[in-house]
Design a protein around this ligand. Structure first.
Ligand code: ADP
Length: 586
């Protein structure tokens, strides 16, 4: 699909034409210095001076360029980056008068960003009314933050009245980083704990635990957290009160100070790290301090987020500074041996990323935690999210058979023999819908610290590793905390005792609560407009217990038959009966 991704800020509008099939950027252009005498159009190495130009004229000009280069017939959708979706807009949303009005309500939360983007979206909709326009929100990726991470310690009534909470930003970038790294490592995002550092002019860190953002450094506004180009990031709120009461600042002056005159610019008079690094090398103390404070803040967040997730598998750098400044990356990750990460100086110095070569590894080989640089490509993420929304909308009402998995175990041949005797082979009781899989005649007993469960069915054939799948209710009965995991992802999972007729085995790990998922082959995936690892929502329409399930992971494999797999708790909550179908939601 060809999607024109539009990214509008207060002083520039960027347009990139993306082909989602080839993941190529077919056309890329930017109008800078809106509202000043220096307005200009930049396309690759070409720069055209435009003089004073406002948002409307800039959008018109970009579409004119687009038509002359690509012809408008080819373009199937326009994606708009919207910084703040508030608590209501947590997924890609097709724009019309009603949704635009709904988003406008949150302009007050992002006064420097949202009004310009929405104004640009309205002009773009006039320029190209024949295609869908889709809003992609920077806050949306962080909608999964748990209450302990998104709540400020203020009186709850006050916070509720004013919508004061951590929303988080740069979500499009953190989502893209997550997806790219998982793709590069050939694993599902649900298997990784990632700390994603987006270090551009604006900067934020996100803790992405098994595919979900669980912490991020920007807060209710994009001011909290890291030191940025012109923003101060974290500061004792008492300083603000002090400046208001004794520093001769009113609200507007404070806003200007914190957003425009602080951060790197506050230290060094410029927000360009290249200049600051050069001057620091020549001995400029203010620049040295700027670099020291900047790196220290990022380090502090990485340490904190590793603690919040109980560990980290991958640390990633992106954005202008994250991608280009090897010295800054070095300062940030030095002495991270305690986290299992060590930077490889040669790899770090030589790392070059681009849209053609988007990932470079900079950690020493063999370390537990891997270090990467990823080229920021927010427009590709916007285009892919747009395509997914439009395809899912087309496939809306597609029906998927529901299958309910009772508690069961997949065991290795060695474990089977310990439980049932030497040379024992599982005997098939009934075939399952997934090719070659069967439920066995054999059952075992699970013994946990609190209780035991008899008659737990084994599945065949034997697997390489032991895996026991139980429901949340079973966890209470057994006294075990099993994490929600995709089948096969058994790192850091608890163990259990299994009793069979010929013996008893103590597993040291392998107990999970299965992540709900849909099996399908690639033909189904194309028909339904979804891709492997995508997280989707499904609706179950049952007698009096209708339920929508989110966080359902798509798993594509040539051998899979189309089926939604729920565990017994989930199925009971939705009143699922044999033969029920689920409906894929946009
Ligand atoms: P934005 O958030 O506006 O998209 P960018 O992601 O382009 O910003 O990041 C801009 C920052 O990246 C600036 O501080 C710039 O100095 C820095 N930067 C770009 N290239 C380099 C480089 N080679 N070395 C150090 N810093 C760089």
């Amino acid at each position: 699909m060809r999607v024109f991704a539009l990214n509008c800020g207060s002083s520039s509008v960027k347009g990139v034409l993306i082909d989602t099939g080839s993941r190529e950027r077919l056309l890329e252009m930017r109008i800078e210095e809106l509202g000043t005498e220096d307005g200009r159009l930049v396309a690759g190495a070409d720069v055209a001076q435009l003089g004073r130009i406002d948002t409307q004229a800039a959008v018109k000009r970009l579409f004119a360029e687009l038509r002359s280069h690509a012809g408008s017939g080819d373009i199937e959708a326009v994606a708009h980056r919207i910084v703040h979706g508030g608590p209501d807009f947590v997924r890609p949303t097709e724009l019309d008068e009603a949704s635009l009005a709904g988003i406008e309500k949150f302009n007050v939360l992002a006064p420097l960003h949202n009004p310009f983007a929405l104004e640009a979206a309205r002009y773009a909709m006039q320029e190209m009314p024949q295609v869908p326009h889709v809003a992609i929100f920077d806050t949306a990726f962080h909608a999964t933050l748990p209450p302990r991470a998104h709540t400020y310690a203020l009186p709850p009534e006050l916070a509720r009245r004013h919508g004061i909470r951590r929303y988080g930003f740069h979500g499009i970038s953190h989502a893209q980083v997550t997806r790219s790294i998982a793709h590069h490592l050939e694993v599902e995002p649900q298997t990784l704990r990632i700390i994603s550092c987006h270090l551009g002019n604006g900067a934020s860190v996100a803790a992405v635990e098994y595919g979900r953002s669980v912490e991020t450094s920007m807060g209710m506004t994009p001011l909290e957290g890291l030191v940025m180009g012109t923003r101060c990031g974290d500061i004792d709120p008492g300083v603000l009160v002090y400046l208001l009461e004794h520093g001769g600042c009113d609200g507007a002056a404070l806003n200007r100070l914190l957003n425009r005159d602080s951060g790197l610019k506050g230290f060094a008079g410029t927000n360009d790290l290249r200049d600051i690094e050069q001057r620091a090398q020549q001995g400029d103390e203010a620049c040295r301090l700027a670099i020291g404070v900047y790196a220290h803040r990022v380090r502090k967040y990485i340490g904190a987020y590793a603690a919040a997730m109980g560990g980290v598998d991958v640390i990633v750098f992106t954005g202008g500074i994250g991608e280009n400044s090897a010295p800054m990356r070095h300062r940030i990750v030095q002495r991270f041996d305690f986290l299992g990460a060590r930077i490889d100086e040669d790899r770090n110095r030589d790392a070059r990323v681009s849209t053609a070569q988007p990932i470079a590894e900079i950690g020493e080989p063999g370390m537990r935690t891997r270090l990467f640089v990823v080229s920021a490509n927010e427009e590709l993420e916007m285009a892919e999210q747009t395509e997914a929304l439009l395809h899912t909308a087309t496939a809306q009402h597609a029906k998927i058979p529901v299958e309910v998995s009772a508690r069961h175990a997949h065991l290795s041949q060695a474990t089977i023999e310990k439980l049932f005797g030497p040379g024992y082979r599982l005997r098939e009781r009934a075939g399952l819908s997934q090719h070659g899989q069967f439920s066995a005649q054999e059952v075992v007993t699970l013994i946990g610290p609190r209780g035991r469960i008899d008659n737990v069915r084994l599945m065949g054939p034997a697997r390489a590793q032991d895996q026991v799948e139980i429901s949340r209710s079973d966890e209470f009965a057994l006294g075990i905390d099993a994490p929600v995991r995709t089948s096969g992802d058994l790192r850091n999972t608890p163990g259990i005792v299994i009793q069979g007729p010929a013996g008893r085995v103590t597993l040291t790990n392998g107990v999970i609560c299965a992540r709900r998922h849909i099996h399908m082959n690639s033909t189904d995936a194309a028909r339904l407009g979804v891709r492997d690892h995508q997280s989707v929502r499904v609706r179950i329409d049952s007698d009096g217990r209708d339920l929508v399930f989110g966080d359902v992971v798509v798993r594509v494999d040539p051998t899979f038959s189309l089926a939604l797999h729920l565990d017994t708790d989930e199925a009971n909550a939705a009143g699922v009966q044999r033969g029920d179908m689920a409906e894929l939601l946009p």
